[in-house]
Design a binder for this molecule. Structure first.
Ligand SMILES: *[C@@H]1O[C@H](CO)[C@@H](O)[C@H](O)[C@H]1NC(C)=O
Ligand SMILES: *[C@@H]1O[C@H](CO)[C@@H](O)[C@H](O)[C@H]1NC(C)=O
Ligand SMILES: *[C@@H]1O[C@H](CO)[C@@H](O)[C@H](O)[C@H]1NC(C)=O
Ligand SMILES: *[C@@H]1O[C@H](CO)[C@@H](O)[C@H](O)[C@H]1NC(C)=O
Ligand SMILES: *[C@@H]1O[C@H](CO)[C@@H](O)[C@H](O)[C@H]1NC(C)=O
Ligand SMILES: *[C@@H]1O[C@H](CO)[C@@H](O)[C@H](O)[C@H]1NC(C)=O
Length: 535
Protein backbone atom coordinates (compact mmCIF):
# COMPACT_ATOMS: atom_id res chain seq x y z
CA UNK A 1 0.00 0.00 0.00
CA UNK A 2 2.68 2.46 1.12
CA UNK A 3 4.78 1.80 -1.99
CA UNK A 4 1.78 2.49 -4.11
CA UNK A 5 1.14 5.76 -2.31
CA UNK A 6 4.71 6.94 -2.92
CA UNK A 7 4.35 5.96 -6.55
CA UNK A 8 1.11 7.93 -6.82
CA UNK A 9 2.75 10.94 -5.16
CA UNK A 10 5.58 10.79 -7.69
CA UNK A 11 3.10 10.49 -10.52
CA UNK A 12 1.18 13.45 -9.19
CA UNK A 13 4.42 15.47 -8.91
CA UNK A 14 5.32 14.75 -12.52
CA UNK A 15 1.80 15.41 -13.73
CA UNK A 16 1.84 18.80 -12.04
CA UNK A 17 5.23 19.60 -13.47
CA UNK A 18 4.18 18.63 -16.96
CA UNK A 19 0.95 20.59 -16.53
CA UNK A 20 2.86 23.66 -15.40
CA UNK A 21 5.24 23.38 -18.31
CA UNK A 22 2.47 23.07 -20.89
CA UNK A 23 -0.04 25.30 -19.16
CA UNK A 24 1.16 28.69 -20.40
CA UNK A 25 0.81 27.52 -23.98
CA UNK A 26 -2.55 25.96 -23.23
CA UNK A 27 -4.00 28.98 -21.49
CA UNK A 28 -2.64 31.24 -24.19
CA UNK A 29 -4.35 29.12 -26.81
CA UNK A 30 -7.64 29.20 -24.95
CA UNK A 31 -7.57 32.93 -24.36
CA UNK A 32 -9.56 34.74 -27.01
CA UNK A 33 -8.02 37.86 -28.51
CA UNK A 34 -10.15 40.92 -27.76
CA UNK A 35 -11.80 43.15 -30.31
CA UNK A 36 -9.80 46.26 -31.24
CA UNK A 37 -12.63 48.76 -31.44
CA UNK A 38 -13.05 51.61 -33.87
CA UNK A 39 -16.00 53.98 -34.02
CA UNK A 40 -17.09 55.83 -37.12
CA UNK A 41 -19.24 58.97 -37.20
CA UNK A 42 -23.01 58.38 -37.14
CA UNK A 43 -22.74 54.67 -36.34
CA UNK A 44 -24.73 53.24 -33.42
CA UNK A 45 -21.97 50.79 -32.45
CA UNK A 46 -18.38 50.01 -33.44
CA UNK A 47 -16.36 47.69 -35.66
CA UNK A 48 -13.43 45.46 -34.71
CA UNK A 49 -10.25 46.29 -36.64
CA UNK A 50 -7.88 43.61 -37.89
CA UNK A 51 -4.48 44.29 -39.44
CA UNK A 52 -1.41 42.20 -40.31
CA UNK A 53 -0.46 41.56 -36.68
CA UNK A 54 -3.71 41.80 -34.75
CA UNK A 55 -7.18 40.28 -35.06
CA UNK A 56 -9.78 39.30 -32.48
CA UNK A 57 -10.67 35.61 -32.12
CA UNK A 58 -13.45 33.53 -30.60
CA UNK A 59 -13.12 30.17 -28.91
CA UNK A 60 -15.70 27.44 -29.19
CA UNK A 61 -17.34 25.82 -26.21
CA UNK A 62 -16.67 22.11 -26.33
CA UNK A 63 -17.91 20.95 -22.95
CA UNK A 64 -20.16 22.73 -20.54
CA UNK A 65 -19.62 21.73 -16.91
CA UNK A 66 -22.49 19.77 -15.46
CA UNK A 67 -24.83 22.01 -13.46
CA UNK A 68 -23.47 25.15 -15.12
CA UNK A 69 -24.44 27.18 -18.12
CA UNK A 70 -22.29 29.31 -20.40
CA UNK A 71 -23.50 32.52 -21.98
CA UNK A 72 -21.81 34.31 -24.86
CA UNK A 73 -22.82 37.95 -25.31
CA UNK A 74 -22.39 40.62 -27.94
CA UNK A 75 -24.09 43.98 -27.56
CA UNK A 76 -24.27 47.44 -28.98
CA UNK A 77 -22.16 49.14 -26.31
CA UNK A 78 -19.37 46.93 -25.05
CA UNK A 79 -19.30 43.20 -25.74
CA UNK A 80 -18.14 40.99 -28.61
CA UNK A 81 -18.45 37.27 -27.80
CA UNK A 82 -17.94 37.85 -24.04
CA UNK A 83 -18.19 34.62 -22.08
CA UNK A 84 -19.67 34.02 -18.68
CA UNK A 85 -20.41 30.86 -16.72
CA UNK A 86 -22.99 30.48 -13.95
CA UNK A 87 -24.85 27.84 -11.99
CA UNK A 88 -28.12 26.42 -13.27
CA UNK A 89 -30.66 27.24 -10.56
CA UNK A 90 -33.40 25.14 -9.00
CA UNK A 91 -35.91 27.99 -9.21
CA UNK A 92 -36.68 30.79 -11.59
CA UNK A 93 -35.97 34.28 -10.22
CA UNK A 94 -38.03 36.34 -12.65
CA UNK A 95 -41.06 38.29 -11.52
CA UNK A 96 -42.52 38.73 -15.00
CA UNK A 97 -43.80 35.29 -15.97
CA UNK A 98 -43.92 36.28 -19.63
CA UNK A 99 -40.14 36.11 -19.62
CA UNK A 100 -40.02 32.39 -18.98
CA UNK A 101 -38.87 30.18 -21.86
CA UNK A 102 -39.29 26.40 -21.68
CA UNK A 103 -37.31 24.13 -23.95
CA UNK A 104 -38.48 20.66 -24.93
CA UNK A 105 -35.72 18.59 -26.51
CA UNK A 106 -38.19 15.83 -27.45
CA UNK A 107 -39.91 18.20 -29.85
CA UNK A 108 -37.62 18.08 -32.87
CA UNK A 109 -37.73 20.06 -36.09
CA UNK A 110 -35.16 20.47 -38.90
CA UNK A 111 -31.49 19.51 -38.80
CA UNK A 112 -29.07 22.39 -39.34
CA UNK A 113 -27.05 22.38 -42.58
CA UNK A 114 -24.84 25.39 -41.78
CA UNK A 115 -24.16 29.10 -41.99
CA UNK A 116 -21.86 30.98 -44.34
CA UNK A 117 -21.31 33.51 -47.08
CA UNK A 118 -20.63 33.88 -50.79
CA UNK A 119 -17.37 33.72 -52.73
CA UNK A 120 -18.26 36.37 -55.30
CA UNK A 121 -15.76 37.91 -57.72
CA UNK A 122 -15.83 41.13 -55.71
CA UNK A 123 -15.45 39.43 -52.33
CA UNK A 124 -12.46 37.39 -53.42
CA UNK A 125 -10.86 40.37 -55.22
CA UNK A 126 -11.27 42.50 -52.10
CA UNK A 127 -9.72 39.78 -49.95
CA UNK A 128 -6.73 39.55 -52.29
CA UNK A 129 -6.37 43.34 -52.26
CA UNK A 130 -4.73 43.35 -48.80
CA UNK A 131 -1.37 41.93 -47.68
CA UNK A 132 -1.17 38.17 -47.26
CA UNK A 133 -1.14 38.34 -43.43
CA UNK A 134 -4.30 40.43 -43.46
CA UNK A 135 -5.87 37.98 -45.93
CA UNK A 136 -5.08 35.16 -43.52
CA UNK A 137 -6.70 36.98 -40.62
CA UNK A 138 -9.77 37.62 -42.73
CA UNK A 139 -10.18 34.01 -43.84
CA UNK A 140 -9.38 32.76 -40.32
CA UNK A 141 -12.08 35.07 -38.95
CA UNK A 142 -14.66 33.23 -41.04
CA UNK A 143 -13.40 29.68 -41.36
CA UNK A 144 -10.90 28.65 -38.68
CA UNK A 145 -11.49 27.41 -35.12
CA UNK A 146 -10.39 30.90 -33.98
CA UNK A 147 -13.16 32.38 -36.07
CA UNK A 148 -16.89 31.93 -36.50
CA UNK A 149 -16.43 28.66 -38.40
CA UNK A 150 -18.61 29.10 -41.45
CA UNK A 151 -19.76 25.82 -42.99
CA UNK A 152 -21.56 26.94 -46.16
CA UNK A 153 -20.21 28.77 -49.19
CA UNK A 154 -22.12 29.99 -52.23
CA UNK A 155 -20.35 30.29 -55.56
CA UNK A 156 -21.76 32.24 -58.50
CA UNK A 157 -21.34 30.48 -61.86
CA UNK A 158 -19.63 33.21 -63.91
CA UNK A 159 -20.47 36.89 -63.47
CA UNK A 160 -22.98 38.69 -61.26
CA UNK A 161 -23.43 42.36 -60.44
CA UNK A 162 -20.56 41.80 -57.95
CA UNK A 163 -18.09 41.43 -60.84
CA UNK A 164 -16.18 44.02 -62.83
CA UNK A 165 -18.44 43.41 -65.84
CA UNK A 166 -20.45 40.79 -67.66
CA UNK A 167 -18.95 37.51 -68.85
CA UNK A 168 -19.99 33.87 -69.12
CA UNK A 169 -17.92 30.72 -69.45
CA UNK A 170 -18.65 30.53 -73.15
CA UNK A 171 -19.22 33.77 -75.01
CA UNK A 172 -18.59 32.25 -78.48
CA UNK A 173 -21.95 32.55 -80.30
CA UNK A 174 -23.70 29.34 -81.28
CA UNK A 175 -21.13 27.09 -79.60
CA UNK A 176 -23.77 24.47 -78.81
CA UNK A 177 -21.05 21.86 -78.21
CA UNK A 178 -19.48 24.16 -75.58
CA UNK A 179 -16.09 23.61 -77.17
CA UNK A 180 -15.03 27.05 -76.01
CA UNK A 181 -16.25 26.63 -72.45
CA UNK A 182 -13.62 27.71 -69.94
CA UNK A 183 -13.50 29.13 -66.45
CA UNK A 184 -12.77 32.86 -66.29
CA UNK A 185 -9.71 34.58 -64.85
CA UNK A 186 -11.97 35.54 -61.92
CA UNK A 187 -12.29 31.82 -61.07
CA UNK A 188 -8.63 31.03 -61.61
CA UNK A 189 -7.07 34.09 -59.98
CA UNK A 190 -9.56 35.00 -57.27
CA UNK A 191 -12.37 32.60 -56.40
CA UNK A 192 -10.72 29.18 -56.57
CA UNK A 193 -7.58 30.11 -54.61
CA UNK A 194 -9.63 31.81 -51.90
CA UNK A 195 -12.09 28.90 -51.65
CA UNK A 196 -9.21 26.42 -51.42
CA UNK A 197 -7.53 28.43 -48.68
CA UNK A 198 -10.83 28.72 -46.80
CA UNK A 199 -11.41 24.96 -46.92
CA UNK A 200 -7.83 24.33 -45.80
CA UNK A 201 -8.35 26.59 -42.78
CA UNK A 202 -11.55 24.92 -41.71
CA UNK A 203 -11.71 21.98 -39.32
CA UNK A 204 -15.23 21.26 -40.55
CA UNK A 205 -16.57 20.17 -43.93
CA UNK A 206 -17.97 23.10 -45.90
CA UNK A 207 -21.06 22.73 -48.03
CA UNK A 208 -20.34 24.54 -51.30
CA UNK A 209 -23.20 25.35 -53.63
CA UNK A 210 -23.28 27.17 -56.94
CA UNK A 211 -25.86 29.22 -58.83
CA UNK A 212 -25.89 30.89 -62.25
CA UNK A 213 -27.17 34.43 -62.78
CA UNK A 214 -27.40 34.24 -66.56
CA UNK A 215 -26.63 31.99 -69.50
CA UNK A 216 -24.34 33.37 -72.23
CA UNK A 217 -26.04 36.24 -74.07
CA UNK A 218 -26.27 34.24 -77.31
CA UNK A 219 -28.51 31.65 -75.67
CA UNK A 220 -31.06 34.25 -74.60
CA UNK A 221 -34.14 35.89 -76.10
CA UNK A 222 -32.79 39.42 -75.49
CA UNK A 223 -29.23 38.66 -76.62
CA UNK A 224 -27.89 40.05 -73.31
CA UNK A 225 -26.99 38.71 -69.90
CA UNK A 226 -28.82 41.58 -68.14
CA UNK A 227 -32.32 42.92 -68.58
CA UNK A 228 -35.56 41.19 -69.34
CA UNK A 229 -34.87 37.86 -70.97
CA UNK A 230 -34.94 34.09 -70.80
CA UNK A 231 -33.39 31.12 -72.55
CA UNK A 232 -34.39 30.89 -76.22
CA UNK A 233 -36.78 28.11 -77.16
CA UNK A 234 -38.22 25.65 -74.71
CA UNK A 235 -37.29 22.72 -72.49
CA UNK A 236 -35.79 19.84 -74.45
CA UNK A 237 -34.40 21.95 -77.30
CA UNK A 238 -30.75 22.63 -78.11
CA UNK A 239 -30.60 25.81 -76.02
CA UNK A 240 -31.85 24.02 -72.94
CA UNK A 241 -29.64 20.96 -73.52
CA UNK A 242 -26.61 23.22 -73.96
CA UNK A 243 -27.47 25.20 -70.86
CA UNK A 244 -27.77 21.96 -68.83
CA UNK A 245 -24.38 20.82 -70.16
CA UNK A 246 -22.90 24.15 -69.10
CA UNK A 247 -23.74 23.21 -65.48
CA UNK A 248 -21.95 19.87 -65.96
CA UNK A 249 -18.85 21.57 -67.40
CA UNK A 250 -18.82 23.96 -64.46
CA UNK A 251 -19.01 21.07 -61.97
CA UNK A 252 -16.25 19.23 -63.85
CA UNK A 253 -13.93 22.26 -63.89
CA UNK A 254 -14.38 22.98 -60.20
CA UNK A 255 -13.85 19.29 -59.42
CA UNK A 256 -10.53 19.45 -61.28
CA UNK A 257 -9.58 22.08 -58.70
CA UNK A 258 -10.62 19.77 -55.87
CA UNK A 259 -13.81 21.72 -55.25
CA UNK A 260 -16.81 19.45 -55.06
CA UNK A 261 -20.23 21.02 -54.98
CA UNK A 262 -22.65 19.88 -52.31
CA UNK A 263 -25.45 21.69 -54.10
CA UNK A 264 -26.50 23.72 -57.09
CA UNK A 265 -29.47 25.94 -57.75
CA UNK A 266 -31.29 26.14 -61.07
CA UNK A 267 -31.16 29.93 -61.19
CA UNK A 268 -30.47 32.90 -58.95
CA UNK A 269 -33.70 34.90 -58.54
CA UNK A 270 -35.58 33.64 -61.61
CA UNK A 271 -38.14 36.44 -61.15
CA UNK A 272 -35.50 39.12 -61.87
CA UNK A 273 -35.27 38.25 -65.57
CA UNK A 274 -38.98 39.05 -65.89
CA UNK A 275 -38.19 42.71 -65.33
CA UNK A 276 -35.76 45.11 -66.99
CA UNK A 277 -33.10 44.01 -64.51
CA UNK A 278 -29.95 46.17 -64.31
CA UNK A 279 -27.61 43.18 -63.97
CA UNK A 280 -27.35 39.52 -65.01
CA UNK A 281 -30.65 37.67 -64.72
CA UNK A 282 -32.66 34.98 -66.47
CA UNK A 283 -36.40 34.52 -66.27
CA UNK A 284 -38.19 31.28 -65.46
CA UNK A 285 -41.79 30.88 -64.41
CA UNK A 286 -42.32 27.95 -62.04
CA UNK A 287 -43.53 25.89 -64.98
CA UNK A 288 -40.46 26.74 -67.07
CA UNK A 289 -38.13 25.94 -64.17
CA UNK A 290 -39.89 22.61 -63.58
CA UNK A 291 -39.74 21.72 -67.29
CA UNK A 292 -36.03 22.54 -67.51
CA UNK A 293 -35.29 20.42 -64.42
CA UNK A 294 -37.40 17.51 -65.66
CA UNK A 295 -36.31 17.49 -69.27
CA UNK A 296 -32.75 18.81 -69.25
CA UNK A 297 -30.92 19.61 -66.02
CA UNK A 298 -32.02 16.67 -63.85
CA UNK A 299 -31.22 13.99 -66.45
CA UNK A 300 -27.92 15.72 -67.36
CA UNK A 301 -26.79 15.76 -63.73
CA UNK A 302 -27.69 12.10 -63.27
CA UNK A 303 -26.00 11.05 -66.47
CA UNK A 304 -22.79 12.89 -65.62
CA UNK A 305 -22.60 11.26 -62.18
CA UNK A 306 -23.80 14.34 -60.31
CA UNK A 307 -27.07 12.81 -59.15
CA UNK A 308 -26.02 13.33 -55.52
CA UNK A 309 -25.50 17.10 -55.91
CA UNK A 310 -28.40 18.71 -54.05
CA UNK A 311 -30.50 20.53 -56.62
CA UNK A 312 -32.29 23.61 -55.28
CA UNK A 313 -35.17 25.52 -56.81
CA UNK A 314 -36.54 29.07 -56.33
CA UNK A 315 -33.40 30.82 -54.91
CA UNK A 316 -35.62 33.87 -54.72
CA UNK A 317 -37.70 35.92 -52.26
CA UNK A 318 -40.02 34.54 -49.59
CA UNK A 319 -42.81 36.44 -51.32
CA UNK A 320 -42.99 33.70 -53.99
CA UNK A 321 -43.73 30.96 -51.44
CA UNK A 322 -45.44 28.62 -51.64
CA UNK A 323 -46.89 29.10 -55.16
CA UNK A 324 -43.66 28.99 -57.13
CA UNK A 325 -42.50 25.87 -55.30
CA UNK A 326 -45.88 24.23 -55.85
CA UNK A 327 -45.61 25.12 -59.50
CA UNK A 328 -42.29 23.30 -59.85
CA UNK A 329 -42.86 20.36 -57.53
CA UNK A 330 -46.41 19.51 -58.49
CA UNK A 331 -44.81 17.69 -61.42
CA UNK A 332 -43.44 14.50 -59.87
CA UNK A 333 -41.05 14.02 -62.79
CA UNK A 334 -39.39 17.34 -61.93
CA UNK A 335 -39.69 16.91 -58.15
CA UNK A 336 -37.70 13.67 -58.18
CA UNK A 337 -34.54 15.60 -59.09
CA UNK A 338 -35.02 18.32 -56.46
CA UNK A 339 -33.64 18.24 -52.90
CA UNK A 340 -34.28 21.70 -51.55
CA UNK A 341 -35.81 25.15 -51.76
CA UNK A 342 -33.51 28.17 -51.56
CA UNK A 343 -34.85 31.50 -50.24
CA UNK A 344 -33.52 35.05 -50.22
CA UNK A 345 -34.29 37.65 -47.60
CA UNK A 346 -34.97 40.83 -49.58
CA UNK A 347 -38.16 42.62 -48.51
CA UNK A 348 -38.74 40.21 -45.60
CA UNK A 349 -38.92 43.29 -43.38
CA UNK A 350 -41.73 44.66 -45.51
CA UNK A 351 -43.84 41.60 -46.28
CA UNK A 352 -42.83 39.43 -43.30
CA UNK A 353 -44.67 36.25 -44.42
CA UNK A 354 -42.48 33.91 -42.34
CA UNK A 355 -45.42 31.54 -41.94
CA UNK A 356 -45.17 30.83 -45.67
CA UNK A 357 -41.92 29.00 -44.97
CA UNK A 358 -43.71 26.61 -42.63
CA UNK A 359 -46.61 26.28 -45.04
CA UNK A 360 -44.11 25.33 -47.77
CA UNK A 361 -42.43 22.82 -45.47
CA UNK A 362 -45.78 21.27 -44.63
CA UNK A 363 -46.57 20.79 -48.32
CA UNK A 364 -43.14 19.36 -49.17
CA UNK A 365 -41.70 17.93 -45.93
CA UNK A 366 -38.94 16.04 -47.76
CA UNK A 367 -37.41 19.19 -49.25
CA UNK A 368 -34.97 21.18 -47.10
CA UNK A 369 -35.32 24.95 -46.96
CA UNK A 370 -32.08 26.96 -47.10
CA UNK A 371 -31.57 30.74 -46.91
CA UNK A 372 -28.99 31.49 -49.62
CA UNK A 373 -28.64 35.29 -49.83
CA UNK A 374 -28.96 38.36 -47.63
CA UNK A 375 -27.35 41.77 -47.29
CA UNK A 376 -28.05 45.23 -45.94
CA UNK A 377 -27.79 48.55 -47.72
CA UNK A 378 -29.67 47.45 -50.83
CA UNK A 379 -32.52 49.94 -50.62
CA UNK A 380 -32.16 53.06 -52.76
CA UNK A 381 -32.56 55.43 -49.80
CA UNK A 382 -30.01 53.73 -47.54
CA UNK A 383 -26.21 54.04 -47.70
CA UNK A 384 -24.46 50.91 -49.02
CA UNK A 385 -21.94 50.66 -46.18
CA UNK A 386 -22.52 51.79 -42.60
CA UNK A 387 -19.45 50.99 -40.50
CA UNK A 388 -20.61 49.91 -37.05
CA UNK A 389 -24.38 49.72 -37.53
CA UNK A 390 -25.83 47.62 -34.71
CA UNK A 391 -29.25 47.67 -36.39
CA UNK A 392 -27.89 45.92 -39.47
CA UNK A 393 -26.55 43.19 -37.20
CA UNK A 394 -29.95 42.90 -35.53
CA UNK A 395 -31.68 42.63 -38.89
CA UNK A 396 -29.52 39.55 -39.60
CA UNK A 397 -30.17 37.74 -36.32
CA UNK A 398 -33.86 38.66 -36.42
CA UNK A 399 -34.17 37.12 -39.88
CA UNK A 400 -32.14 34.03 -38.91
CA UNK A 401 -34.30 33.38 -35.85
CA UNK A 402 -37.45 33.86 -37.90
CA UNK A 403 -36.24 31.61 -40.73
CA UNK A 404 -34.96 28.86 -38.46
CA UNK A 405 -38.18 28.97 -36.43
CA UNK A 406 -39.94 28.12 -39.70
CA UNK A 407 -38.00 25.08 -40.90
CA UNK A 408 -35.11 26.84 -42.67
CA UNK A 409 -32.02 24.66 -42.19
CA UNK A 410 -29.25 27.23 -42.66
CA UNK A 411 -28.49 30.80 -43.60
CA UNK A 412 -25.92 32.05 -46.09
CA UNK A 413 -24.93 35.68 -46.31
CA UNK A 414 -24.02 37.44 -49.57
CA UNK A 415 -20.46 38.85 -50.24
CA UNK A 416 -17.89 37.67 -47.68
CA UNK A 417 -16.10 41.01 -47.99
CA UNK A 418 -16.67 44.31 -49.79
CA UNK A 419 -14.60 47.48 -50.16
CA UNK A 420 -15.24 50.79 -48.41
CA UNK A 421 -17.87 51.71 -51.04
CA UNK A 422 -19.68 48.38 -50.77
CA UNK A 423 -18.30 47.20 -54.12
CA UNK A 424 -16.93 46.71 -56.62
CA UNK A 425 -20.26 46.29 -58.42
CA UNK A 426 -20.35 47.06 -62.15
CA UNK A 427 -24.11 47.77 -62.01
CA UNK A 428 -23.68 50.21 -59.09
CA UNK A 429 -25.75 47.96 -56.84
CA UNK A 430 -23.34 48.49 -53.93
CA UNK A 431 -24.33 47.03 -50.54
CA UNK A 432 -22.96 46.25 -47.07
CA UNK A 433 -21.02 43.22 -45.82
CA UNK A 434 -20.06 41.75 -42.42
CA UNK A 435 -16.44 42.44 -43.39
CA UNK A 436 -15.37 45.68 -45.05
CA UNK A 437 -11.86 45.81 -46.49
CA UNK A 438 -9.93 49.09 -46.24
CA UNK A 439 -7.18 48.20 -48.71
CA UNK A 440 -5.53 51.61 -48.54
CA UNK A 441 -4.76 51.07 -44.85
CA UNK A 442 -4.23 47.29 -45.21
CA UNK A 443 -6.90 46.53 -42.58
CA UNK A 444 -10.44 45.17 -42.47
CA UNK A 445 -13.40 45.93 -40.24
CA UNK A 446 -15.62 43.29 -38.66
CA UNK A 447 -19.09 44.74 -38.53
CA UNK A 448 -21.81 43.96 -35.95
CA UNK A 449 -23.37 41.73 -38.68
CA UNK A 450 -20.31 39.47 -38.41
CA UNK A 451 -20.93 38.92 -34.69
CA UNK A 452 -24.69 38.44 -35.04
CA UNK A 453 -24.07 35.72 -37.64
CA UNK A 454 -21.30 34.27 -35.47
CA UNK A 455 -23.68 33.72 -32.57
CA UNK A 456 -25.22 31.04 -34.79
CA UNK A 457 -22.39 29.79 -37.03
CA UNK A 458 -19.90 29.35 -34.19
CA UNK A 459 -22.12 27.47 -31.76
CA UNK A 460 -25.06 25.95 -33.66
CA UNK A 461 -22.99 23.37 -35.49
CA UNK A 462 -24.18 21.55 -38.61
CA UNK A 463 -26.11 18.49 -37.51
CA UNK A 464 -27.74 20.38 -34.61
CA UNK A 465 -31.50 20.03 -34.47
CA UNK A 466 -33.98 22.81 -33.87
CA UNK A 467 -36.01 21.85 -30.79
CA UNK A 468 -39.20 23.03 -29.12
CA UNK A 469 -39.32 26.27 -27.18
CA UNK A 470 -42.46 27.66 -25.62
CA UNK A 471 -42.93 31.10 -24.18
CA UNK A 472 -45.62 33.70 -23.69
CA UNK A 473 -46.61 35.68 -26.75
CA UNK A 474 -45.87 38.73 -24.64
CA UNK A 475 -42.22 37.79 -24.24
CA UNK A 476 -40.44 40.68 -25.93
CA UNK A 477 -37.28 38.71 -26.65
CA UNK A 478 -36.73 36.69 -29.81
CA UNK A 479 -35.33 33.22 -29.19
CA UNK A 480 -34.78 29.75 -30.63
CA UNK A 481 -33.50 26.46 -29.17
CA UNK A 482 -31.28 23.67 -30.52
CA UNK A 483 -29.80 20.36 -29.49
CA UNK A 484 -26.18 20.15 -30.65
CA UNK A 485 -24.81 17.13 -32.55
CA UNK A 486 -23.24 15.68 -29.38
CA UNK A 487 -26.83 14.89 -28.35
CA UNK A 488 -26.48 16.41 -24.89
CA UNK A 489 -25.62 20.10 -25.22
CA UNK A 490 -28.60 22.40 -25.59
CA UNK A 491 -28.35 25.93 -26.93
CA UNK A 492 -30.67 28.92 -26.97
CA UNK A 493 -29.99 32.08 -28.97
CA UNK A 494 -31.69 35.20 -27.59
CA UNK A 495 -32.02 38.57 -29.30
CA UNK A 496 -32.95 41.72 -27.37
CA UNK A 497 -33.70 44.60 -29.72
CA UNK A 498 -34.88 46.88 -26.89
CA UNK A 499 -32.96 49.75 -25.32
CA UNK A 500 -33.21 48.24 -21.85
CA UNK A 501 -31.98 45.02 -20.26
CA UNK A 502 -34.51 42.20 -19.79
CA UNK A 503 -34.61 39.47 -17.17
CA UNK A 504 -35.09 36.02 -18.57
CA UNK A 505 -35.42 32.49 -17.26
CA UNK A 506 -34.81 29.48 -19.50
CA UNK A 507 -36.34 26.31 -18.13
CA UNK A 508 -34.90 22.95 -19.15
CA UNK A 509 -37.01 20.43 -17.21
CA UNK A 510 -34.07 18.00 -17.16
CA UNK A 511 -31.54 20.51 -15.79
CA UNK A 512 -33.21 23.46 -14.06
CA UNK A 513 -33.49 27.19 -14.63
CA UNK A 514 -31.05 29.46 -16.41
CA UNK A 515 -31.65 32.82 -14.77
CA UNK A 516 -30.23 35.55 -16.86
CA UNK A 517 -29.94 39.19 -17.55
CA UNK A 518 -30.15 39.97 -21.26
CA UNK A 519 -28.39 43.32 -21.83
CA UNK A 520 -29.99 46.11 -23.84
CA UNK A 521 -29.52 45.70 -27.61
CA UNK A 522 -27.76 42.34 -27.35
CA UNK A 523 -27.51 38.91 -28.88
CA UNK A 524 -26.61 35.95 -26.69
CA UNK A 525 -25.99 32.24 -27.09
CA UNK A 526 -26.68 30.09 -24.01
CA UNK A 527 -25.20 26.59 -23.79
CA UNK A 528 -25.55 23.88 -21.17
CA UNK A 529 -25.57 20.13 -20.77
CA UNK A 530 -29.03 18.70 -20.55
CA UNK A 531 -29.71 16.18 -17.76
CA UNK A 532 -30.17 12.64 -18.98
CA UNK A 533 -32.07 10.89 -16.22
CA UNK A 534 -35.17 13.04 -15.90
CA UNK A 535 -37.76 13.95 -18.52
C1 LIG B 1 -2.11 46.42 -35.66
O1 LIG B 1 -3.05 46.63 -34.64
C2 LIG B 1 -2.50 46.57 -33.34
C3 LIG B 1 -3.65 46.65 -32.37
O2 LIG B 1 -4.42 47.78 -32.62
C4 LIG B 1 -1.49 47.69 -33.18
O3 LIG B 1 -0.90 47.62 -31.89
C5 LIG B 1 -0.41 47.55 -34.26
O4 LIG B 1 0.46 48.66 -34.18
C6 LIG B 1 -1.04 47.48 -35.63
N1 LIG B 1 -0.02 47.17 -36.60
C7 LIG B 1 0.12 47.84 -37.71
C8 LIG B 1 1.17 47.37 -38.64
O5 LIG B 1 -0.58 48.81 -37.96
C1 LIG C 1 -42.39 17.75 -25.45
O1 LIG C 1 -42.51 17.33 -26.81
C2 LIG C 1 -43.00 16.02 -26.95
C3 LIG C 1 -42.89 15.67 -28.44
O2 LIG C 1 -43.57 16.63 -29.21
C4 LIG C 1 -44.43 15.97 -26.42
O3 LIG C 1 -44.92 14.64 -26.54
C5 LIG C 1 -44.43 16.40 -24.94
O4 LIG C 1 -45.75 16.48 -24.47
C6 LIG C 1 -43.76 17.75 -24.79
N1 LIG C 1 -43.62 18.07 -23.38
C7 LIG C 1 -44.17 19.14 -22.83
C8 LIG C 1 -43.92 19.32 -21.38
O5 LIG C 1 -44.83 19.94 -23.46
C1 LIG D 1 -13.39 27.55 -80.02
O1 LIG D 1 -12.90 26.23 -79.93
C2 LIG D 1 -12.56 25.67 -81.20
C3 LIG D 1 -12.21 24.22 -80.99
O2 LIG D 1 -11.23 24.08 -80.01
C4 LIG D 1 -11.42 26.48 -81.82
O3 LIG D 1 -11.12 25.98 -83.10
C5 LIG D 1 -11.88 27.94 -81.93
O4 LIG D 1 -10.79 28.71 -82.40
C6 LIG D 1 -12.36 28.47 -80.63
N1 LIG D 1 -12.96 29.77 -80.83
C7 LIG D 1 -12.65 30.83 -80.13
C8 LIG D 1 -13.33 32.10 -80.50
O5 LIG D 1 -11.88 30.80 -79.18
C1 LIG E 1 -6.06 18.24 -55.62
O1 LIG E 1 -5.72 17.44 -54.48
C2 LIG E 1 -4.69 16.52 -54.75
C3 LIG E 1 -4.55 15.63 -53.54
O2 LIG E 1 -4.57 16.37 -52.37
C4 LIG E 1 -3.42 17.28 -55.12
O3 LIG E 1 -2.39 16.37 -55.42
C5 LIG E 1 -3.67 18.16 -56.32
O4 LIG E 1 -2.55 18.96 -56.59
C6 LIG E 1 -4.87 19.06 -56.09
N1 LIG E 1 -5.19 19.73 -57.35
C7 LIG E 1 -5.48 21.03 -57.41
C8 LIG E 1 -5.76 21.56 -58.77
O5 LIG E 1 -5.52 21.77 -56.44
C1 LIG F 1 -7.71 47.66 -54.19
O1 LIG F 1 -7.22 48.67 -53.36
C2 LIG F 1 -6.88 49.89 -54.01
C3 LIG F 1 -6.39 50.84 -52.96
O2 LIG F 1 -5.33 50.29 -52.24
C4 LIG F 1 -8.07 50.46 -54.74
O3 LIG F 1 -7.70 51.58 -55.48
C5 LIG F 1 -8.69 49.40 -55.66
O4 LIG F 1 -9.88 49.88 -56.22
C6 LIG F 1 -8.98 48.16 -54.85
N1 LIG F 1 -9.55 47.11 -55.68
C7 LIG F 1 -10.81 46.69 -55.56
C8 LIG F 1 -11.18 45.54 -56.43
O5 LIG F 1 -11.59 47.17 -54.77
C1 LIG G 1 -31.69 36.37 -11.76
O1 LIG G 1 -30.40 35.79 -11.60
C2 LIG G 1 -29.44 36.18 -12.59
C3 LIG G 1 -28.21 35.36 -12.37
O2 LIG G 1 -27.74 35.45 -11.07
C4 LIG G 1 -29.18 37.67 -12.46
O3 LIG G 1 -28.25 38.09 -13.44
C5 LIG G 1 -30.49 38.41 -12.65
O4 LIG G 1 -30.29 39.76 -12.45
C6 LIG G 1 -31.57 37.89 -11.71
N1 LIG G 1 -32.85 38.42 -12.14
C7 LIG G 1 -33.61 39.14 -11.33
C8 LIG G 1 -34.93 39.58 -11.88
O5 LIG G 1 -33.25 39.46 -10.22
Amino acid sequence: MAGRLIWLTWMSFWTHLIFQLTCPALSHQMQAVECKRKSFPLATSYVCVCNATYCDTVQGISNTESGMFVSVTSDKDQHRFSKDQQVIAVHSNITNKNMLITVNSSEVYQTILGFGGAFTDSATMNILNVSSKVQDHLLRSYFSIDGIEYTTGRIPMASTDFSLGEYSYDDVPNDFALQNFSLAKEDIKYKIPIIQRSLAMSKKPIRLFAAPWSAPAWMKTNGQMSGKGQLKGQAGDKYHKTWANYFIKFLDEYKKNNLTMWGISVENEPSAGGTDNKWQAQYYTAEMEGDFVKTDLGPALNQAGYGDVNLMILDDQRLFLPDYVKGVLSDADAAKYVSGIAVHWYFDFFFDLASRLTATHNMFPNMFLLATEACNGYLPDSPAVVLGSWERGESYSHDIIQDLSNWVAGWTDWNLALNMDGGPNWAKNNVDSPIIVDAKNDVFYKQPMFYHLGHFSKFILPGSVHIGLTTSKDNELESIAFKLPDGKTLAVVVLNRFDEAKYLSIHDPSAGYINAKVPARSIQTYLWTSGQSQQ
